[in-house]
Ligand binder design. Sequence first.
Ligand code: PA5
Length: 436
Amino acid sequence: MKNIKIDTEFIDNQLSNNDLNDILGEAWEAFRTLTARTGAGNNFLGWIDLPETIQSQIADIRSDVARLAPEIDTFVVVGIGGSYLGARAAIEALSASQERAAGDESPHILYAGNTLSEDYYWQLMQQLDRCNYALAVISKSGTTTEPAIAFRIIKSHLEHKYGMAEAARRIIAVTDAQQGALHDIALQQGYRSYVIPDNVGGRFSVLSPVGLLPIAMAGHDIGQLVAGARDMRKLCLENSTVDNNPALHYAALRNLLYRKGLPVELLVNFEPALHYVSEWWKQLFGESEGKEGKGILPHSLCYTTDLHSMGQYVQDGRRMLFETVISVEAAHHHVDIPHDEQNLDGLSYLEKKSLTEINHQAERGTVMAHYAGGVPVIRIVLPTLDAYCLGQLLYFFELACGISGYMLRVNPFDQPGVEAYKRNMFQLLGKPGFGR
Ligand code: PA5
């Protein structure tokens, strides 16, 4: 079995055994509270069992994909926050893999509902004029302003382009089982629908139809994604001890570093395909932990690209950082460094090495330098970036987030702070019921 691992080589010397034992004991208590479902927000723990409970819906999702995908060249995913980032994270992370069969003509995925930019929508509509498309509209509440506006605009375009009945056949709604404007529209218009379970919050919903439908539509293997998550669940939840639970270790280490005066965690990678995994991770941890004046600030960088922009700060700037590196061991493809007799660029010493080997040495060199410069580094090592390993990684982060939130003594499953801007915006826009 290909398992993700945690490597603490570049953190060990900074932690005493006592510190470690204490924090692991605390993480164990938080883990017990989470899995006994007795802590704050325990009515939002459906994600813990999603790798098991979602099995029965995989066939339905695949049959919707089989019905729609051959007819279209483009699929628009309308959603924001937890109803968007998980799907995009997985789709982009898996886009470099070889899992898509040769000749696979899965639709190109476009995203909407994650911005209010007028120019963005003008360009999107120009693009959709030329595409043969269908769409998924995803919103748990069914009332979030950004996706609701995007859906109104694109639905109207779709209806003009294909007619009402055909447009309705091309729309899939993912929303609440009972309520919300989207639920009502879907019911009235007869859209194909999926339910977001009541007990699964947006940022923990990637392994529900919220994430799985778009990921499958993009041509990726959701069976393997869920299998990876299921195996990580098993590893962490069944016969778990303090020693064999990687999610507990990660939660413990980041809290220990936070308490030692490092309030910023940089999630870094050396694979550009992981950019949106970092965006998903930022929402997961930021929205779960940033409350009551507390929380580790999640930030992310893509190396080696950002070593040429932010590398100076990480190496020598204010010491408030620790780094978590997602390290991918094996690439999917091979690109030769060609022989050049003249060697004017001085690169011939690299000819016998693969780019992955060079990338790995860049990673090691970076980690050694940052560690020496006072930035402790946790490494999360993935054997490869395929659906199975990604499923493990997503579940690993979700579980670690639940444990870590309890260690910070906050409710990791609510998000009261995100309402503040909405109240002001609604008042400024004159929404009925939000008078000045
Ligand atoms: O994690 C969350 O709960 C949020 O990020 C939501 O997913 C986001 O606000 C979108 O909400 P909804 O799915 O209700 O449109």
